[in-house]
Design a protein around this ligand. Structure first.
Ligand code: ATP
Ligand code: MG
Length: 431
């Protein structure tokens, strides 16, 4: 067995023991987004390489070293999506969903970046992306923040994340700032690492996003973009702050927050935690009005964010208790030839009568003792028992398997109708 094929480094299987937590989070995400009137869009995982180069920016970590790029059989350069914003905007421009319209959208799925795998940093990871188009005001920036705020609350991790805000102003404002930033870094060349030296001319703002701890001091003493913003940008930022203040949403202003992608302007934000080591950003986003024209559309407005699911789940796993619905409600035990045949039929009857019931039928034979062991292991709350006696009487046994039920351990004999009524009361959907 020396030659077993294994998964690609940094790409993980989500095993059946872990899927309930994923599904729990996914369901709450859907509920919260529906509560704000956001609609789902489903996008291809592969796009033309050019799309990412033109949107994310040539001199960024993602485009320079993280993309999975390959030639299609006809020679087109394609890339596994490293993020969803570019593809979402591409699709909406292509289908005429932007010009003179307002959109509130979300997507969910795997993204691909060739990074060094470590805790919270993988080569395939899932993102929830939320994007809005056609809205200029700071109220929509605030709405996106409120969505995440509600989601953290619903998922029980609100106290573990903090909101950081900054404004990147306009292209013109950044151009002026850029000159003084380059001046400053030139005066401190000896403190720059190789990446930063290379970026000094091409994309000096990127230097502020460095992950190199040795550069912390030089970055911290650098000029601050906020000081270069004009009236309009400052007004937008102040208005956003005052909405958040009104609603009691706490935030910190982080003057160094620039984000790792080039398309942002005005509002940028990150939700960060200190419970996940150096992979502390769980959710990040901002306004990127300029990208619409950059991708060939007519001027409009865009603002959105992306949340990393693996980091969210890691955060949820730090909670003392998470209540996630189990996989199985009822385990049907059947011993003896007649009971085996009858059990199959009974399982189908239960499923007909109680469509929301999660019932697992024992397969593979065995005596009562071994089947009860399996029932316990399944996590079911109740065992329904069918032996020769029950079949002869047209009844079923019912036994509670969990400590929190008063009748744990006691086995009752019920008619089939009584069993259906009991299980409907317990596991049927009231609606
Ligand atoms: P980082 O600074 O951690 O590299 P980023 O700025 O590259 O993050 P974004 O492109 O803003 O990340 O992606 C939004 C979110 O997606 C991140 O906050 C994070 O939760 C998640 N994410 C990004 N890259 C990875 C990855 N390689 N593995 C797992 N999650 C990731
Ligand atoms: Mg990154």
């Amino acid at each position: 067995m020396a030659n077993n094929i294994q998964a690609i480094r940094g790409m993980h299987d989500v095993l059946p023991d872990q899927t309930p937590l994923w599904q729990h989070a996914e369901q709450i995400i859907r509920e919260v987004l529906a509560g704000y009137g956001y609609r789902e869009i489903r996008l291809p995982i592969v796009e033309k390489t050019e799309l990412f180069k033109r949107s994310i920016g040539e001199v960024t970590d993602i485009v320079e070293k993280e993309m999975y790029t390959f030639d299609d059989r006809n020679g087109d350069s394609l890339t596994l999506r490293p993020e969803g914003t570019a593809g979402c905007l591409r699709a909406c421009l292509e289908h005429g969903l932007i010009h003179n319209q307002v959109q509130r959208l979300w997507y969910y799925g795997p993204m691909y970046r060739h990074e060094r795998p470590q805790k919270g940093r993988y080569r395939q990871f899932y993102q929830l992306g939320v994007e809005t188009y056609g809205l200029a005001g700071p109220d929509i920036d605030a709405e996106l923040i409120l969505i995440m705020h509600r989601l953290w609350n619903r998922l029980g991790v609100r106290s573990k994340v903090k909101l950081q805000l900054n404004s990147l102003g306009t292209l013109q404002e950044r151009a002026v700032y850029r000159d003084s930033l380059v001046d400053y870094f030139r005066r401190h060349l000896e403190q720059l690492d190789v990446d930063s030296l290379r970026r000094l001319d091409a994309n000096p703002l990127r230097i502020l996003d460095t992950k190199n701890p040795a550069m912390k001091a030089v970055v911290e003493a650098a000029p601050v973009l906020m000081d270069y913003l004009g009236e309009d940008s400052l007004g937008h930022f102040d208005a956003l702050r005052s909405i958040l203040d009104d609603l009691g949403i706490e935030y910190e202003i982080n003057y160094r927050l620039v984000r790792g992608l080039d398309y942002y302007g005005k509002t940028v934000f990150e939700w960060v935690t200190d419970e996940l080591g150096s992979q502390g950003t769980v959710c990040a986003g901002g306004r990127y009005d300029g990208l619409i024209e950059q991708l060939g559309g007519r001027a409009s407005h865009a603002v959105g964010f992306a949340m990393g699911m693996e980091r969210l789940l890691a955060l949820m796993e730090t909670l003392d208790q998470i209540s996630v619905a189990g996989d199985v409600d009822v385990y049907l035990i059947r011993v003896g030839e007649k009971a085996e045949r009858e059990g199959l039929r009974l399982a189908e009857t239960f499923r007909n009568e109680i469509p929301s019931l999660k019932l697992q039928l024992h397969c593979g034979g065995g005596n009562f003792k071994s089947q009860f062991k399996k029932a316990d292991k399944s996590g079911a709350e109740f065992a329904v028992i069918l032996g020769e006696d029950e079949v002869a009487e047209g009844k079923v046994g019912l036994k509670s398997l969990r400590g929190e039920n008063d009748s744990t351990g006691l086995q009752q004999t019920l008619s089939r109708d009584e069993a259906i009524a009991f299980l409907t009361g317990r596991f049927g959907k009231s609606s």
